[in-house]
Each structure stands twice: as structure tokens, then as C-alpha cells.
Design a protein around this ligand. Structure first.
Ligand code: COA
Length: 294
């Protein structure tokens, strides 16, 4: 039998796009202190932009901002805000404007996730994820829109692929991300005439991220994705970062209101992380496979 081709790891965006395409631009990124959104921020400022990364944990944000500035030679500041709090977001935007005078790009990336079936998910657990992902996205748009209109800028919302089909243990995130996709499409249509673009990036399984760690079952059956991925590997944060550079670049100026799944076609060949139907018939029997809450 012929062996499947395994695609090599992602290339750095600077080997494809010019170094300075975002010179003079400013990025405002929620959830930028870690994981996928940190890599998205790094890619954008590597091409000349300055950035503000926004999140709840100031220590982690400040360490990441320093790291990103050192790695790229461009400015990155840390601004503390909980996306569930509109006032904190408005203050974060004000600090960004005070520092840089403008905002051109927004990444709505702050998100929450954990595995829980409906039967064991509390009303507050469901609401918390809706508040972070969906209402957080809305709050971020409201706080930044006047500046994005002024700069004729662009939004990228970080969503997921898991709600395209029913994913057990993910009702909260499925509902939240479906709403995020809808918000982005409406934003694109309402704000298109103002020169504003809005798109969604839907990452598939991305190796080494907190999200992936939370969603992978513990034990030997953890991360089955790479075995079944049509490209033969999990995604890397660099794959998402490269898509970000493209979507914010003028090369994507006619692309708005779209969702770009960056998942190596994994969604078309989805496998379950938890045993089915055992996990829905007897949730207690799979508890040992689920990562403990923080
Ligand atoms: N299983 C079931 N319910 C859970 C849970 C889990 N693993 N983790 C939290 N919850 C429930 C809590 O029990 C609580 O509900 P209750 O009051 O009815 O008990 C509710 O969710 C809120 O939890 P809390 O810890 O108070 O919220 P928080 O605002 O501090 O944290 C989370 C938000 C729960 C989303 C937390 O996981 C988080 O901060 N995540 C951010 C990072 C992240 O998820 N990254 C991955 C992105 S893909």
C-alpha cells in the first residue's frame, strides 16, 4: 500500500508576503496573550504593525507583549480587560488609541471551552461561554467600530468548525461560535459600505494550544485527529497566523463576510474524541478521560 503524503510544517509568512505590508497599521487582539491569537498577533506585527493584546491575566499578557516585541522588533502593549465587560473593553480601546492613535485590525479571539454534556452542564456554565465568545465578540466590535470605520479596517473572528455538525459535549461552544459566525456576516454586510471587512477563521485541531488540550480526551485515545487528518498532521498556530496575514492584507480586499476553515479538511473527515454512544449514555463512565477544570 502506498504511504500517505504528510505535508511539511507551515512556512513562515515572511517567506511569502513582504515584510512591511502592515507598516503603520495597528492591531487590537482579544485573547492575544496565548495560543492561536498570540501567534496571529506575532505574524501581523512581524509585517510591520503595532499591537495591543487584551485579556484577563495581566501577568501573562505583559510577558507575551514583551516576548512579541522582542521577537519582531515592533511594538506590542498589554491591556487588561474581560471581554464580558463593555466598560473594560472601551477603556482598553482608549488605551490603545492613546498609545498608537488608530486601530486598523481587530481579532476577536477571546474564548472559553471545556467538555461537558448538556445533562451535566449548568446554566451558568452555558452562559459563561456564550458571554465570553458571543457577547465578548459583540462588545469588542462595539468598542472598536468607530476606529475601524475611520481606518477602513478589517475584523477577523476566531471561530471553530465543531458546530457545522453536532459535536457532543460542545453545546455551549457550538451555540456560541454559530452566533459569532452570524455576527461576522452581518457586520460585513452592514459595514461593507463604510469600507470595513469582516471574516471568520475557523481553526481545526491545532497542536499545542490550550483549546486543543482541553478538548482532547486524556489517555491513549487522546488526539486522534492527526492520524485521520487528510494532510497527515494537526494544524500549527503558524497555519492560522498565515491565514490571518492573508485576510488582513490588501490581497483579500474583495473577501468579506466569509469563513475560512483552516483545518486541513479535517472537518470533512471528523472523528470523535470520546467513545460514542458510551459518552452520552453514561457520562460518568468517561469522566476520567476529561481534563479537570482549571
Ligand atoms: N465542566 C463543567 N462546567 C464547568 C467547567 C467544566 N470543566 N468549567 C467551568 N464550568 C462551569 C462552572 O462550574 C460554572 O458554573 P456553576 O456556577 O453553575 O458551577 C461556570 O462554568 C463558570 O465557571 P467559572 O470558572 O466561574 O468561570 P470563569 O469565568 O472563571 O472561567 C471558563 C471561564 C469556564 C470558560 C474557563 O474555562 C476559562 O477561563 N477559560 C478561558 C481559557 C479557555 O477556555 N481557552 C480555550 C479556548 S478554546
Amino acid at each position: 500500500m502506498a504511504k500517505p503524503y504528510i505535508e511539511p510544517p507551515a512556512v513562515d509568512s515572511t517567506t511569502v508576503f513582504k515584510d512591511d505590508i502592515f507598516r503603520g497599521k495597528v492591531l487590537f487582539c482579544t485573547g492575544g496573550g496565548s495560543g492561536i491569537c498570540k501567534a496571529m498577533t506575532q505574524a501581523v506585527i512581524k509585517h510591520g504593525a503595532s499591537a495591543a493584546i487584551v485579556g484577563r491575566k495581566l501577568d501573562r499578557l505583559e510577558a507575551s507583549a514583551k516576548e512579541l516585541s522582542t521577537a519582531t522588533g515592533n511594538q506590542c502593549i498589554a491591556v487588561q480587560a474581560d471581554v464580558r465587560n463593555p466598560k473594560q473593553l472601551q477603556d482598553a480601546v482608549a488605551k490603545t488609541i492613546e498609545k498608537y492613535g488608530r486601530i486598523d485590525f481587530v481579532i476577536c479571539g477571546a474564548a472559553g471551552n471545556f467538555l461537558a454534556p448538556i445533562s451535566k452542564l449548568s446554566e451558568n456554565g452555558f452562559r459563561t461561554v456564550i458571554e465570553i465568545d458571543t457577547i465578548g465578540t459583540y462588545n469588542t466590535i462595539k468598542a472598536t467600530l468607530p476606529h475601524i470605520r475611520a481606518s477602513k479596517g478589517s475584523y477577523i473572528h476566531v471561530s471553530a468548525t465543531l458546530h457545522y455538525r453536532a459535536t457532543p459535549y460542545q453545546v455551549h461552544v457550538s451555540a456560541a461560535k454559530a452566533a459569532v459566525d452570524a455576527i461576522s456576516a452581518v457586520l460585513a454586510v452592514e459595514e461593507g459600505p463604510q469600507g470595513v471587512r469582516s471574516n471568520v477563521i475557523a481553526p481545526g485541531p491545532i497542536a499545542g494550544t490550550e483549546g486543543m488540550d482541553r478538548l482532547s480526551a486524556k489517555g491513549p485515545q487522546g488526539s486522534q485527529y492527526s492520524i485521520h487528518s487528510p494532510v497527515g498532521r494537526d494544524g500549527s498556530v503558524q497555519d492560522i497566523a498565515n491565514a490571518t496575514v492573508f485576510l488582513f492584507s490588501p490581497a483579500a480586499r474583495y473577501i468579506t463576510g466569509q469563513t475560512l476553515a483552516v483545518d486541513g479538511a479535517s472537518e470533512h473527515l471528523r472523528t470523535l474524541q470520546l467513545p460514542y454512544p458510551q459518552s452520552v449514555l453514561d457520562p460518568d463512565s468517561v469522566t476520567h478521560l476529561i481534563k479537570p477544570r482549571l
